[in-house]
Design a protein around this ligand. Structure first.
Ligand SMILES: [Zn+2]
Length: 244
């Protein structure tokens, strides 16, 4: 029973570590979200100047088209006989020239906007890259913490081996099964008067007497936990209590 209590003390510690191992990586979730946000911010900044460059090319293409059209009308002017046709062509050319100058003004504005966008991109990049590096550093710390926790737990698990070899296999089996079913709780609990301290139900007097005598190992018939008499294992109980 003493060894079993020691084993339980160790197992509860191991369970505690395992729970921590599951919690530690969750700290990275907020960094994942921040990283995504920064990356889309960077992309938006890059897209701003790309979009402007595209618009500039579009304007240049439209100017080219209109110049070609003007050249065509210029040639037609030479062949035109009627004055109305001549005037109509001149009017068309005039409209095209106005459209060209509107596009040219837009290109000048775009070039300024591109300069601004590029300056902003340089700043954004510097800031975002620094923030991403910070995040990488924080995530590395979390990974290290997890590696440390795993190592810690593995050391505890190694301590299990000599304890387990001293326990009757049938009892060990029973203990393991109860511990698994009590997810995080104790599998071996002290009697409190004639109550089971695991589930607070009354235990039959005959069983209580046998547990007090330390003759047999009994399970609580309500919750299935193994029962022991605390005073028989004062030391083990004290050690166990400091862990919970
Ligand atoms: Zn019980």
């Amino acid at each position: 029973m003493n060894t079993l209590l020691e084993l339980q003390k160790l197992d509860l510690k191991i369970q505690n570590r395992k729970a921590r191992e599951l919690e530690i990586p969750k700290q990275k979730d907020k960094y994942k979200i921040r990283r995504q946000r920064l990356n889309s911010e960077l992309k938006a900044s890059e897209d701003r100047s790309k979009t402007l460059v595209l618009e500039q090319r579009e304007c240049e293409g439209e100017i080219e088209q209109r110049r070609a059209q003007i050249a065509k009308y210029d040639t037609q002017l030479l062949a035109v006989k009627k004055n109305e046709e001549y005037q109509a062509l001149l009017h068309e050319i005039e409209i095209l020239k106005k459209q060209i100058s509107v596009k040219e003004e837009r290109i000048i504005a775009i070039l300024l906007e591109i300069d601004e966008a590029n300056e902003r991109l340089v700043e954004d990049k510097r800031r975002i890259e620094a923030e991403l590096a910070d995040i990488d550093g924080e995530c590395k710390k979390i990974d290290d913490e997890l590696a440390e926790a795993v190592k810690d737990r593995e050391e505890l698990e190694a301590q299990r081996v000599p304890l387990v070899s001293n326990i009757d296999p049938a009892l060990l089996n029973r203990y393991d099964r109860i511990l698994r079913s009590k997810k995080g709780g104790a599998a071996v609990v002290p009697l409190r008067g004639d109550f089971c301290s695991g589930c607070n139900m009354v235990i039959r007097p005959q069983i209580v007497n046998e547990v007090l005598a330390g003759e047999k190992i009994h399970a609580c018939n309500h919750c299935g936990r193994l029962l022991y008499h605390a005073e028989n294992f004062e030391k083990a109980v004290e050690a166990g209590a400091s862990e919970s």
